[in-house]
Design a binder for this molecule. Structure first.
Ligand SMILES: [Zn+2]
Length: 370
């Protein structure tokens, strides 16, 4: 199993790192990174296959005797273009660095790479009470020995932060959330947090209203409504008695789940198109626990026996087809023959008999503010 590996730039960099961490065995030559690295030509000549010893080296960062061996063995362990090995190498380097620190009392020199700067994916954020968001942290340089983070909030009555950096809005106001390098406390980055009052839940004529105009608070998280579930179960049983298979393909969806779902649709189709069929977080009826998607979420569902049966009968169980055909201008959404909303039997029958969509029935709009 002989293989010839060509040493790429990554592998070269990796061999320099390995040379740099070699101090375990050779304190003097070891601690500097100026160990000669074999030329590309030398590397291209390497044709040996991996041995057990090579593997051990790759996994555990075993000390080696000469710098050329280190570089050469690294080159062998990294197949041309291989992206996985350098990661292992970096880990070996880190663990070797830790071992070196432990042994520092007796060693002549310690090589620690300090964190110099921290960057975040955002530095300011506005959240509703109950809402959470987490910035992604990048500590530089990339080979810093210890990238541990310490998170603090200047006012935990406004926003808290956990040790992963997840910021949660508590009450109206503003504060600063800071991430500090555990290794180098002089290096930190701040997020200015503004917390706004939570959105108010809207009931009209006793009906919980959620559409593009009316939103739910981020922390409104009731789960599936038990009355709606019971009504569905009755409907499902009656349909089954007629040989029809109706099932829930999507029920309750939390604010955070909807945020991710909507974002995926935006990434796929763009915002304007996504807004025709997917609700922004806080604006989904699924967050009420009163809405269900049935069977396949395709317009073709309307033409199935199940779809026709649901269209004719769901109001008897307290549901309406929430987004009827030809009402997109009013509901704000394309036709969704699979999406039913629980209103209770009396209201559902009244809406059904009116031939109106819920917005028309209540005399309200469905439009995003911006
Ligand atoms: Zn739906």
């Amino acid at each position: 199993m002989k293989k010839k590996y060509i040493l790429g730039a990554t592998a070269l960099a990796a061999s320099v790192m390995i040379s740099g961490c070699k101090p375990i065995d050779e304190p003097t030559a070891a601690a500097n990174a100026d160990v000669p690295v074999p030329s590309l030509t030398t590397m291209e000549m390497l044709t040996e296959s991996l041995t057990d010893a090579d593997t051990e080296f790759a996994e555990y960062g075993e000390p080696v005797t000469t710098s050329e061996t280190a570089a050469a063995e690294t080159a062998e362990a990294v197949p041309a273009g291989g992206d996985t090995e350098p990661v292992q190498t970096a880990e070996s380097t880190e663990s070797a660095a830790t071992e070196t620190e432990t042994a520092s009392r007796t060693e002549t020199e310690v090589r620690t790479v300090g964190v110099e700067s921290i960057s975040l994916t955002f530095y300011s954020v506005t959240l509703q009470t109950g809402q959470s968001k987490m910035p992604i942290v990048t500590m530089s340089p990339e080979n810093a020995s210890d990238k541990s983070e310490i998170w603090t909030s200047s006012d935990t009555s406004v926003a808290t932060v956990d040790n992963m950096g997840k910021i949660t809005a508590v009450s109206e106001g503003s504060c600063t959330v800071r991430v500090t390098s555990a290794q180098n406390p002089e290096v930190y980055a701040d997020v200015e947090v503004t917390v706004t009052a939570g959105v108010q839940i809207t009931y009209i004529d006793g009906i919980l209203v959620v559409n593009k105009t009316y939103a739910l608070p981020a922390d409104y998280n009731p789960g599936v409504n038990s009355e709606a579930q019971a009504a569905f179960d009755r409907m499902q049983a009656d349909a089954a008695a007629e040989g029809l298979n109706i099932y829930i393909s999507s029920g309750f969806r939390s604010y955070d789940y909807q945020a991710g779902l909507y974002q995926r649709y935006v990434d796929k189709d763009g915002k304007a198109e996504a807004d025709r069929y997917s609700a922004r977080a806080g604006h989904s009826e699924h967050q009420t626990g009163l809405a269900f998607d049935l069977n396949s979420i395709e317009e073709s569902f309307a033409k199935t026996k199940e779809g026709e049966w649901v269209n004719r009968n769901c109001h008897k169980y307290g549901f309406i087809i929430r987004y009827p055909s030809d009402k997109e201008d009013i509901t704000g959404y394309k036709w969704e023959p699979w999406h039913i909303r629980y209103l209770g039997e009396d209201t559902a029958k009244a809406v059904y008999d009116s031939g109106l969509c819920l917005e028309e029935y209540l005399g309200i709009t469905s439009e995003y503010a911006e």
